[in-house]
Design a binder for this molecule. Structure first.
Ligand code: G6P
Ligand code: MG
Length: 216
């Protein structure tokens, strides 16, 4: 059967989650807010606007819309400054093998990301041609764990939700996939991502026979 294979971007396909972390940490530091890797888990998969609100709540800071807009621009400029020279070396290990295998098996592939920077990242890393559909932060109004981004992706691929498979590194993204009744595959730490149907530390742990078992 034809399945929809939907990939999150940051922390799944490319190693950009660390750059989001650095940029948020810098901003939090400037605002005098303590920001740890544990706090950062809550931001993964979450939109830029919502991420800032979470950080401000952490520091118990009330801010005007004007200030927030300024910080959002600053965070994105810092984030983009880490991305200026990114290339295919930023693609996470094992990802290309799985993408090539899906193409060989004629399976439709979509991106389902909260990021508004998704397209330039896919272009710079040279993998945009793998995707039959791209749904990103410019297309959706509800952030993960709302399933909107994955529902749109499955619809664009013309595949039923229950025949859709989602690769995610964030708790919010796994929840979104589960709410959509899609097969959720966590990429990362098994304890953090325990709500996922399957969990792999990274793509090098995914056997191509496992992919085949999802298709058949
Ligand atoms: C992804 C990342 C988040 C990021 C969000 C928005 O979901 O996991 O860390 O905040 O996208 O990304 P953007 O590039 O639009 O700021
Ligand atoms: Mg992610």
């Amino acid at each position: 059967t034809k399945k929809a294979f939907i990939f999150d971007l940051d922390g799944v396909i490319v190693d950009t989650a660390k750059y989001h972390y650095l940029a948020w940490q810098k901003l939090a530091h400037e605002l005098g807010i303590e920001f740890t890797p544990e706090h950062n888990e809550e931001l993964k998969g979450v939109s830029r606007v919502r991420s800032l609100d979470i950080i401000l709540e952490l520091g118990n800071i009330q801010a005007s819309q004007e200030e927030k807009d300024k910080w959002l621009i600053q965070k994105n400029e810092d984030y983009l400054s880490y991305l200026v020279d990114i290339d295919e070396s930023e693609i996470l290990p094992g990802v290309l093998q799985v993408l090539h295998h899906l193409i060989d098996k004629n399976q439709p592939i979509a991106l389902g990301s909260a990021s508004k920077n998704a397209k330039p990242i896919l272009e710079k890393t040279g993998i945009i041609h793998f995707f039959d559909a791209i749904v990103d932060g410019n297309d959706v109004s509800n952030a993960k764990p709302d399933p909107e981004v994955f529902l749109q992706a499955a619809r664009k691929l013309d595949v039923a939700y229950e025949n859709s498979i989602v690769f995610e590194d964030s708790v919010a993204g796994i929840q979104a996939a589960n709410i959509a009744k899609m097969v959720s595959i966590g990429i990362g730490d098994a304890t953090t991502l325990n709500e996922a149907k399957y969990i792999f530390k990274d793509f090098t742990f995914i056997d191509l026979s496992f992919i085949d078992s999802l298709i058949n």
